[in-house]
Design a protein around this ligand. Structure first.
Ligand SMILES: Cc1ncc(COP(=O)(O)O)c(C=O)c1O
Length: 397
């Protein structure tokens, strides 16, 4: 096994661009909340691939969908129609209440698409002068890694030596509705926000924030865009996190768990007023809306509803947070979150703790030096949460 392990590590470090720093565990099998490394050691996955695996690893009914659809039809391009794309539209409509959808592949592409739609809406509906449309975003945001998206990141390591950047973005503090009100001009097309800043370290806004945001956007004729790529699809104890704050964004981006971990698929959810402004030729993607991805996404959404993962996420999230808060450790500064999107802030480097958790059978990921994210697949049971908290208690206690 040691030989095998160094073989994979060496191959990866000699050929792979070093843009990641993974924990040294080589996985080869996954089922539900569990994964196994090449020596057969079993771990509880407490990251769920940044919430892409809400339905758990290798979900049996998704496996069946993948196998069936792989035999029938996988790709048509949008040059021709297919049966699975309209079926997914209908499912997305029932799931979200929105009336128009645009399918892409990665999360960053969904965000790029939402930006294009917002700019177009700004020019055609709000009559913003040509090339002046501006989009307001929040400090410490994370919306992906493309050149335009990092143009409005406030994180230096995401941007260093990748300029020149795309203009047209203004950064304001997260959670500050007054800052939004003051920064809006006649040239503002949209406000793009994560309902909870997950990647930044699981930061929740003040309870009334999104309600004020919605009100300001309506008053000032600005589109309200919620990036639900990480917080959506059950993760925070509702279908979408914005529902927990009682608001209705104009555009929603989703990705990650829309694929149930099988195949990248993302979408912008909106209405005729916004997405209806995209005419043939304005946007596209060879794989966007392909029948293979659409069949998977439809099944992935069905699983979330059929298996009651939204209620589970809410109840088990509260249960897990209460247990984490009871851990008698001088190193835990704060436990915060919503549903099963939980951040545990430490006063010591989180990566060292993750390495110890790994030895004990938990796979966790540090974020921003001293926060550990606890975001397991939503199919986790109460007993598995007890096990995970027990390991944290042992390592941090
Ligand atoms: C809120 C949010 N938006 C966008 C993205 C980018 O998604 P992808 O990595 O699929 O491009 C992420 C990924 O972590 C995210 O958390």
């Amino acid at each position: 096994m040691t030989e095998n392990f160094s073989y994979f590590l060496e191959l990866e470090s000699s050929f792979g661009a070093p843009n990641y720093n993974p924990l040294d565990v080589v996985l080869e099998k996954g089922e539900g909340v569990w994964v196994w490394d090449i020596s057969g050691k079993k771990y509880l996955d407490c990251l769920a691939s940044y919430s892409a695996l809400n339905q758990g690893h290798c979900h049996p009914s998704l496996q069946e969908t993948v196998q069936n659809q792989a035999k029938i039809l996988t790709l048509t391009s949008r040059a021709f129609r297919n049966t699975k794309l309209p079926e997914l539209y209908e499912t997305l409509h029932r799931f979200s209440g929105k009336n128009m959808f645009l399918l892409m592949n990665s999360g960053a592409e969904a965000v790029e698409t939402a930006i294009k739609v917002a700019r177009r809406w700004g020019y055609r509906r709000k009559k913003i002068p040509e090339n002046k449309a501006e989009i307001i975003v929040c400090r410490n945001n994370f919306h992906g890694r493309t050149t335009t998206v990092i143009s409005f990141s406030s994180e230096e390591s995401y941007r260093a030596d990748f300029g020149p950047f795309t203009p047209g973005f203004k950064i304001i503090p997260f959670g500050d509705a007054n800052a939004l009100r003051e920064s809006i001009t006649n040239e503002t097309a949209a406000f793009l926000v994560e309902p909870i800043q997950a990647e930044a370290g699981v930061y929740l806004p003040p309870p009334s924030y999104l309600h004020e945001v919605e009100k300001i956007c309506r008053e000032k004729q600005v589109l309200f865009i919620a990036d639900e790529i990480q917080t959506g699809l059950g993760r925070t104890g509702e279908k979408f996190c914005f529902e927990r704050y009682g608001v209705k964004p104009d555009l929603i981006t989703v990705g990650k768990a829309l694929s149930g971990g099988y195949y990248p698929i993302s979408a912008v959810l909106g209405d005729r007023e916004t997405l209806g402004l995209m005419e043939p030729g304005s946007h596209g993607s060879t794989f966007g809306g392909n029948p293979f991805g659409c069949a998977i996404a439809k099944q992935a959404l069905d699983i979330i509803l059929k298996e009651d993962l939204i209620r589970k996420s809410k109840e088990l999230g509260e249960y897990a947070m209460s247990l984490f808060r009871e851990i008698p450790s001088k190193h835990i500064k704060e436990v915060r979150g919503m549903g099963l999107l939980i951040g545990i802030e430490l006063d010591i480097p989180a990566r060292e703790v993750c390495l110890k958790l790994m030895e004990e059978g938990l796979l966790c990921k540090d974020t921003h030096e001293n926060v550990i994210r606890f975001t397991p697949p939503l199919v986790i049971t109460k007993e598995e949460i007890d096990f995970a908290v027990g390991v944290f208690r042992k390592v941090l206690g």
